[in-house]
Design a protein around this ligand. Structure first.
Ligand code: AMP
Length: 222
């Protein structure tokens, strides 16, 4: 990597890892309200390390599942990540600071339309959310064999790979379009602000100040 592209970790600078996609769309307006706006147009820019209107703050634009990893290893001091992703990551080296109440959705079980409930047998469950699914079925005393998939879980029941899926549901349109229906809520999901445990000590003043600003904005959100 070209030296000029590398982050020099400075003690007077905050690096914030933002999850791309649906979460980013809701995150940017929150930071804008506290005076931190990207200096690049993120819809057209291909840059992944972005300066902001606050010279002390830089954004890293990362894949949603990678945000906790950047924070865990201190490549970012703070991060913005969905609760679903955080549970799967396991919270190693990470402290959850604040519920941002954005990108809300539900982690749910879903089955083929013609089924009214989960079949009364040892289940096969296809999901990307292995940890959440495992603990949900264990709590219910249901035997479940979990099959890890990385995308398009809706396909699994259609082709007989699994009896049900555990997936994020917002409007329910994706399930419907694939002949599935939601059954039970596994977890209510929203986006969280996370911090690296070491940065919390070494950059405590800057983090406290940013946290206080975000708390005010989150409290008055519709
Ligand atoms: P929907 O069709 O509106 O129910 O959206 C479901 C699809 O969008 C699923 O494939 C989910 O993985 C994804 N999705 C919904 N809400 C979120 C969210 N808050 N964060 C990330 N992905 C989401």
């Amino acid at each position: 990597m070209n030296q000029s592209h590398r982050i020099n970790h400075r003690n007077d600078e905050l690096i914030i890892a933002l999850a791309k996609g649906r979460i980013l769309k809701d995150t940017l307006p929150l930071f804008a309200k506290i005076g931190i706006k990207p200096l690049e147009n993120l819809t057209i820019s291909r840059k992944l390390m972005i300066e902001t209107t606050n010279p002390q703050v830089k954004f890293l634009i990362v894949r949603a599942t990678d945000a906790p990893t950047y924070v865990q290893y201190g490549a970012a001091d703070l991060g913005v990540s969905g609760k679903d992703t955080l549970i799967e990551h396991g919270y190693t080296g990470i402290f959850e600071m604040l519920d941002l109440h954005i990108a809300k959705c539900k982690l749910m079980t879903a089955v083929l339309n013609e089924m009214d409930s989960l079949p009364d047998k040892r289940l096969t469950v296809a999901t990307k959310y292995v940890t959440s699914a495992r603990s949900y079925f264990a709590d219910k005393g249901i035997h479940a064999d979990i099959i890890k998939l990385y995308g398009s879980m809706e396909l699994a029941p259609l082709v007989g790979l699994s009896d049900c899926i555990v997936d994020l549901v917002d409007t329910g349109n994706t399930l419907k379009a694939n002949g599935l229906k939601p059954l039970d809520v596994v977890l209510e999901i929203s986006t969280r602000l996370i911090a690296n445990r070491v940065s919390l000590k070494t950059k405590s003043m800057m983090i406290k100040s940013l946290l206080a600003d975000l708390e005010k904005v989150v409290a008055i959100q519709p």
